[in-house]
Design a protein around this ligand. Structure first.
Ligand code: HEM
Length: 470
C-alpha cells in the first residue's frame, strides 16, 4: 500500500547536538566558473571524481554558487528522510514550476504536501492499478504490430510513444492514437524549456516577448486549457470511467471537500510527467538486455514458462520474478532520476557536517548505487543482486531509484508494473538486438539520464506460438 508520508527511520535520526562540525572538502575548480563547465558537460564524471577526491561529501562551485554533493547513501537518506521537514527542493526543483505548477507535489512541503499526498495516494495503490494491466498489455501489442520484422528504431522514441499512450489512457481515458496530438507537442515544448532553464546561466523571464517565450507560453496555454477541460468533463462523467482522473475527482478531504481545479491541474501535470521516466528507464533496460544475451535468454525462458504464449495478466506479475530483478538492476545502474536536489530551510548538522540554510545539496543515486560495499563489482550488470533474499540484506539507503522520504515516487508501483508488462510482452514475441553493437555514454539532461539515439532492431521470434487473447 502506498504510504502517504513515511515516518522517519529510527536508525537515521538526525544529529542535533554536535558542537564542532567536520569541514566539507572543496573540489578543485576554475577561478571564475568553478566547476560549472564540468557540471554542464560531464556531470557524471564530475560526481565520480568528487567522490574519489572528497569522499562522502564535497563542495563544488557553479559560478559564484557553492553546492554540496553527497556521495554517501546514509547521509543522503538522513537528509531526504530524517530531515524531510527541514528541507525543500531548492532552486533546481523550482525550475520545474512552469511545467508542473506551483501546487505540484514536488514543490509542496510539510503539512500541505502531506495533505495532498494523502488524497492522491489511494489512486496509486497496487490493487487499484490492477485494472490498468489490460491497457498496458494491449498498447504494447499494438506497438509490436506496428513494427516490421527486422525493423530498426530509436528505442527512446518508441518507448516514449508507448508510455505516453498508456499514461493518456490510464490517467485521462484518452487514446492519443486517435485523438489530438496537440497536447503531446505542447508537453514536449514545455519539457524542452525546463531543460533550457536548468542549463542556462542567464534566465530570461517568461513574460519577455522572445520567440522562445512565445512558443512556451502557447504550449503552456494548450496544456492548461486541455487539462481544465478534461477536469470539468470528468466532474460530470466520472461514474462511467475507470481512469485515475475519475478517482481523483471523487476524492474528498477530511472536511468533505473535493480537490480544487487548480490543485488537480498541477497534480495531473506532475503525474503525467512520470511517463517520461518510465520511457527512459525502459530504454536502459533494452540496452542492457541486448548487451547481455545470457540475461535476455533467462527472461525469455521465464516468460515462456509462466505465460505459455498468452499475454501477461496482473496475476502473473509475482511469477515474473527474474524479469523484475532485471528491471531493478537496470534502475541501479541507470537510475533515470540520477540526482536528487534539496536545500535546507534552516542551518543543519548532518553526520557531523554543517549544511547552511538555502545552500543546494545534490545527491546522485547514480554514484550511490555503485558503492562496492553493497554492490561488489558495481559496474557489472547482475540481476541476481536482486534475488529476494539478497535484496533484503541491502540497507534502505544503498538503493533508492524512486527517491526516499515523503517525496518518494508515488508512481513506483505503476512504473514497475508497466515495465514488467512491457518487457514480458515484448520478450515473448521479439528478439531484440542493438544496431552495430553500439556502446552508449549516458546523456544527462536536467536530472535525467538518457539512452539517447540508441538504435535497436526487433525481429519476430519464430520459435514460439503466441496469442493476443488471455
Ligand atoms: C521508472 C520510472 C520512474 C522513476 C525512476 C521515478 C523516480 C522518481 C523519483 C526519484 C522521485 C522523487 C524525486 C525527489 O525526491 O526529488 C519521483 C517522484 C514522483 N514521481 Fe516518479 N518515477 C518514475 C515513474 C513515475 C510514474 C509512472 C509516475 C506517475 C504515474 C510518477 C509520479 C511521480 C510523482 C507524482 C512524484 C512526486 C512525489 C512527491 O513529491 O510526493 N513517477 N519519481
Amino acid at each position: 500500500m502506498e504510504a502517504p508520508a513515511p515516518a522517519p527511520a529510527p536508525e537515521l535520526t538526525p544529529l542535533t547536538t554536535i558542537t564542532t562540525s567536520k569541514p566539507i572538502p572543496r573540489f578543485p575548480g576554475g577561478f571564475l566558473q568553478g566547476n560549472l563547465s564540468e557540471f554542464r558537460h560531464q556531470r557524471l564524471k564530475l560526481f565520480r571524481d568528487l567522490k574519489e577526491t572528497c569522499g562522502e561529501i564535497g563542495t563544488i562551485r557553479l559560478g559564484p554558487v557553492s553546492t554540496h554533493v553527497v556521495t554517501s547513501g546514509s547521509i543522503a537518506h538522513t537528509l531526504l528522510h530524517g530531515h524531510a521537514n527541514d528541507v525543500n527542493g531548492g532552486p533546481l526543483v523550482k525550475t520545474f514550476t512552469p511545467l508542473v505548477g506551483e501546487r505540484s507535489l514536488v514543490l509542496l512541503h510539510g503539512p500541505q504536501h502531506r495533505k495532498q499526498r494523502k488524497l492522491l495516494a489511494p489512486s496509486f495503490q497496487r490493487e487499484q492499478l490492477a485494472h490498468f494491466t489490460q491497457t498496458m498489455v494491449r498498447y504494447t501489442l499494438d506497438a509490436i504490430d506496428g513494427w516490421r520484422d527486422g525493423q530498426t528504431f530509436d528505442v527512446h522514441d518508441e518507448m516514449a510513444r508507448l508510455t505516453m499512450r498508456i499514461i493518456g489512457k490510464t490517467l485521462f481515458d484518452v487514446d492519443y492514437r486517435h485523438e489530438t496530438t496537440e497536447l503531446i507537442g505542447a508537453m514536449g515544448q514545455a519539457l524542452e524549456h525546463i531543460e533550457y532553464l536548468t542549463s542556462s546561466l542567464v534566465r530570461i523571464p517568461l513574460s519577455w516577448p522572445t520567440p522562445r517565450n512565445k512558443r512556451v507560453r502557447e504550449a503552456l496555454h494548450t496544456i492548461d486549457t486541455t487539462f481544465r477541460e478534461m477536469i470539468r468533463q470528468r466532474r460530470v462523467d466520472h461514474a462511467q470511467r475507470k481512469d485515475m482522473l475519475s478517482s481523483l475527482v471523487r476524492v474528498r478531504d477530511e472536511e468533505g471537500q473535493p480537490i480544487g481545479e487548480d490543485q488537480l491541474h498541477d497534480d495531473l501535470m506532475t503525474i503525467y510527467s512520470g511517463h517520461e521516466s518510465t520511457a527512459l528507464s525502459l530504454g536502459w533496460t533494452w540496452y542492457l538486455l541486448a548487451r547481455h544475451p545470457e540475461v535476455l535468454a533467462r527472461v525469455r525462458q521465464e516468460v515462456d514458462t509462466v505465460l505459455g504464449g498468452r499475454p501477461p495478466a496482473f496475476e502473473d506479475l509475482p511469477h515474473l520474478r527474474y524479469t523484475l530483478q532485471v528491471i531493478k538492476e537496470s534502475l541501479r545502474l541507470y537510475p533515470v532520476i540520477f540526482m536528487l536536489a534539496r536545500a535546507p530551510t534552516k542551518d543543519l548538522e548532518v553526520a557531523g557536517y554543517r549544511l547552511p540554510k538555502g545552500q543546494m545539496v545534490l545527491m546522485p543515486p547514480y554514484i550511490i548505487h555503485r558503492d562496492e560495499k553493497f554492490f561488489p563489482d558495481p559496474e557489472r550488470f547482475d540481476p541476481d543482486r536482486f534475488q529476494p533474499e539478497r535484496e533484503k540484506q541491502l540497507p534502505r539507503y544503498a538503493y533508492f531509484p524512486f527517491g526516499a522520504g515523503p517525496h518518494t515516487c508515488i508512481g513506483n508501483h505503476f512504473a514497475l508494473m508497466e515495465k514488467q508488462l512491457i518487457v514480458a510482452t515484448m520478450v515473448q514475441r521479439l528478439n531484440v538486438t542493438l544496431v552495430d553493437g553500439q556502446e552508449l555514454a549516458p546523456e544527462v539532461l536536467t536530472v535525467t539520464l538518457r539512452p539517447s539515439h540508441l538504435k535497436m532492431r526487433v525481429e519476430y521470434r519464430k520459435d514460439t506460438a503466441v496469442s493476443r487473447v488471455a
